[in-house]
Design a protein around this ligand. Sequence first.
Ligand SMILES: *Cc1c(COP(=O)(O)O)cnc(C)c1O
Length: 215
Amino acid sequence: MNIINNLDLIKDNIPSNVILVAVSKTKPNTDILTAYNAGQKIFGENKVQELVQKQKELPHDIKWHMIGHLQRNKVKYIAPFVNLIHAVDSIRLLQEINKRAAENNRTIDCLLQIHIATEKTKFGFDINEIENTIKKANSFTNINIKGLMGMATFTKNQVQINTEFKKIHKLFKIVKTKMLDTLSIGMSNDYKLAINHGSTMVRIGSDIFGKRQEI
Ligand SMILES: *Cc1c(COP(=O)(O)O)cnc(C)c1O
């Protein structure tokens, strides 16, 4: 597994306007530093404790993205430094992020997660509630809603993934503005498909760092 080669390969495969989030969950700091020294500055983690620990130990110009499901009682730990929260799935969570951002004299960028998968276990707003949610979210003074995030169903069925990405792309085109310009879709297995559906930000882990030992 050559992290630098993998990064180069992916960069060749994504247009220059698409932002690459290197998903480093479960991977050691040494792997992150290898990517960092090759120029990668944006990393994504899905667990608060791991994210906080790595942020302390690694170079401070890294932009840390929280990509996983976020519990309200943990927002305070990442509020001082987090660069983008991908998976905001409730107004109550937004309220908490807004409060903790204000305590830190910050404005925190957020994406609203849209439920596009057929799996009930995945989180996110319903497509039909999103315009209303954006209106409510824009009333928070210490939050910037930068866009939408989605996760397709975990399947090899490309037709299904295609349908799900199509749904979020259509919604994105409706709500897109100069400020709300980010569509975070695409992971190792489906990022090329996601880019065909307007992705502006891909979250890639195993194609860079190798397979994870999932627990
Ligand atoms: C783990 C994870 C990814 C990256 O998955 P890979 O298949 O390893 O690329 C992307 N997004 C989220 C939300 C994740 O939890």
